[in-house]
Design a binder for this molecule. Structure first.
Ligand code: NCD
Length: 326
């Protein structure tokens, strides 16, 4: 894998291998010094042209835990604000000698476009409504951690599907890993044409909840939708929100997921967000090792052909170093 622009960039084996690699990197997270030298000497630029809390922080931590140098680029404080074009901006950053660029942008297709302006590996951290592949990977990782694998699992994706890059990436990843995906949304928040989407549609959340393994709620993306698609937050909650009453219909071992940022009291009631079945914070935790696995996969020596460096590092820590006592 040279770039990660969408889930489709991962071959059948690669999808599993990234998740396995993330498993190894999550062991690194639990160490006193949660760091390995895998990407020492490499430079990763985080170029976020759109707001982000978790994705940006977790890519930043992931790169640092692999010992890469990290440069944060913010659109608002750059020469873009003086009218410099996106292409000139990318070529300028690239000319400083970088190895990877992690891009978030409000327009679909920008990460793909950037691949033609730089030799660096490009990782998509969310583009428009199009794709958010690392979110899908960390969600798949979270489900796999809980159930062992996704094969045969029934997953409801509920909410604003139309404006959601998370929905598009997650449908690809979940179904490729063998899960069945059911979309639950008002007609106005579904894409007009679902031809070719490997999903079922069920308008009634109450009919779906009792037999799902995962109920995944998407944010109402007010900033991306035109007016008039939703009557009101209160009515939305009444039909599509995970209320305390509705959550009672879910199985005790089922999972409640949300990519964040969450509108508490709209998609999910505040009490339900803290329900023991909610793995919202686990999703955030898993973002770091999953993004380590992605950065290592696009930049690591020999990419997937090499043993992950975790074992070598563990070995090195166990062997007494020259000059060390004992
Ligand atoms: C998502 C995003 O920005 O695409 N958030 C995230 O990355 N965790 C989902 C959203 O904004 O609703």
């Amino acid at each position: 894998m040279r770039h990660l622009l969408s889930i489709a960039d991962l071959g059948a084996d690669e999808l599993h291998r990234v998740l396995d690699l993330a498993e190894e990197f999550s062991e690194v997270q639990s160490r006193d010094v949660p760091k390995v030298p895998a990407l020492r000497g490499r430079t990763v630029v985080l170029a976020f042209f759109e707001d982000s809390t978790r994705t940006r922080t977790s890519f930043d931590l992931a790169a640092r835990r692999l010992s890469a140098d990290v440069v944060n680029f913010s659109a608002g404080s750059s020469s873009l604000a003086k009218g410099e074009s996106l292409r000139d901006t990318v070529e300028t950053i690239s000319a400083m000698g970088i190895d990877a660029i992690v891009v978030r942008h409000g327009s679909s297709g920008v990460p793909q476009q950037i691949t033609s302006w730089t030799d660096a590996a490009v990782v998509n951290a969310g583009d428009g409504w199009h794709q958010h592949p690392t979110q899908a990977l960390l969600d798949a990782f979270t489900i796999r951690r809980h159930f062992g694998d996704l094969d045969g699992r029934r997953i409801a994706l509920c909410g604003d599907i139309q404006h959601s890059r998370v929905a598009r990436s997650n449908i690809d990843a979940f179904t490729r890993l063998g899960a069945e995906v059911v979309l639950v949304a008002p007609r106005t928040l579904l894409p007009p044409d679902l031809e070719g989407w490997p999903v079922k549609v069920e308008p009634d959340l109450d009919a779906v909840l009792p037999d799902v393994d995962v109920a995944y709620f998407l944010r109402i993306q007010n900033e991306r939708m035109g007016r008039g698609l939703l009557p009101s937050n209160r009515e939305y909650r009444a039909s599509y929100g995970l209320t305390v009453e509705r959550a009672k219909q879910m199985r005790p071992d089922a999972l409640i997921m949300h990519p964040g940022p969450m509108n508490r009291g709209v998609e999910v009631d505040p009490e339900v967000a803290d329900d023991p079945r909610s793995v919202v914070l686990d999703q955030v935790t898993h973002g770091v090792p999953v993004r380590m696995a992605v950065l290592f996969s696009v930049l690591g020596p020999g990419q997937f052909d090499q043993e992950p460096p975790v074992d070598q590092e563990t070995k090195a820590r166990q062997e007494p170093q020259a000059g060390e006592e004992g």
